[in-house]
Write a protein that binds this ligand. Sequence first.
Ligand SMILES: Cc1ncc(COP(=O)(O)O)c(C=O)c1O
Ligand SMILES: Nc1c(O)cccc1C(=O)C[C@H](N)C(=O)O
Length: 434
Amino acid sequence: MTPTTRADCVELDRTDPLAAFREEFVLPEGVVYLDGNSLGALPRATPGRVADMIEREWGRDLIASWNTAGWWDKPRTLGAKIAPLVGADPDEVVVGDGTSTNLFKALVAALRMSDRDIVLGESGNFPTDLYVTEGAARLTGAVQRRVDPDGPELAAALATGDVAVLLLSHVDYRSGTLRDLPAITRMAHEHGALVVWDLCHSVGAVPIELSRSGADFAVGCTYKYLNAGPGAPAFLYAARRHHAVADQPLSGWHGHANPFDFAPEYEPAPGVSRFLSGSQPLVADAALEASLDVWAKADMAQVRVKSLAMTDLFLRITTGEEPGRRPPLRAVGRRPMVGDGWAGLESVTPLDHAHRGSQVALLQPEEGAGYPIVRALIERGVIGDFRAPDVMRFGFTPLYLRYVDVYDAATALVDVVETGEWRQERFARRAQVT
Ligand SMILES: Cc1ncc(COP(=O)(O)O)c(C=O)c1O
Ligand SMILES: Nc1c(O)cccc1C(=O)C[C@H](N)C(=O)O
């Protein structure tokens, strides 16, 4: 059913196979949370799991917990729990450190595996990816080149035959564009390049098949769609065929083959553990474990179906656009029908499902309108965010959002724009974190 009314949405929620997951999350009353693509909601089980880790594992069992509570192996056991979400084998993923750090390790390891010297990135990537690439290039002597990966330049840049490593985000943080991971990986390999994927905006948002696609390396965070909490540890994937040769730059004792030999020379662990460096934040690992236990019950195919239905619904109401249909009318100043594109909002997120992640990014054509519109919406309890220069971002998390939430948020947005509510002075003042 294509929902057009709120009653349609109530009906969709009634038959939603993922509906029960909402109960697994703590969601503030009166809020529609569309920022789970920046910081995911709190799973109900997390506070208890973290308290148990602190009081029993740490407080009572003290140092024995390295063995009895599996602390030492958490990077691997948690990695194995992330593996099905990224289409990897359990021994190809480790959890630890942050995304930026893991990106640095993966990039340098990949650059050291090639005798070429170009590291190809995307001009609009999340800034940490650009900065870390600069750092990795400085360290290894590589040269950074940037292209728009959604245009013809990507193929042309790879075809030069001098690219050592390609780094791309699977889903673009600003526009929500989903890249064809299998096809791009294949193309890069055909031209002799290795690929590092940043999965921050795709893990838990779209199905991912790293092994089947032949991907070389990938990194991702766990605090967005995976709901592990602010600053939660990240993960790193390395294809098994690279384990024996990968030489990562932060060689520390947790990545040693025999850490408790306390040998003076570094000898990398044989598997993906060689990507570890030092001690891990085990309290934060406990929170991640609680959220991954929720994810273990979710069917990613169902998540994708609901995600697309929700972004379709949001796009239809706010812009009148949906796959295969442009709005018949873009006139502002006439009483609208829901879905006829009257509010003047435009999507920068692709309409076709094959290129859409789990967020919608919108523009209001007036310069500087994005930020105050988002602030005005937040005041109404609809939480989205803003990304410079003028993009309004709305993330859709099928485990805890209902179709009625999407309907209410979309109609609130249209109302904020139509009434000009956002033009009030107080919405223009920028917060430190946007
Ligand atoms: C694509 C992408 N990569 C990396 C990061 C963040 O890196 P870190 O977890 O190291 O802060 C983000 C978001 O903050 C992101 O959107
Ligand atoms: N990681 C973040 C942080 O430490 C502070 C504030 C925001 C973030 C984010 O995750 C932003 C997010 N990656 C984005 O796409 O905008």
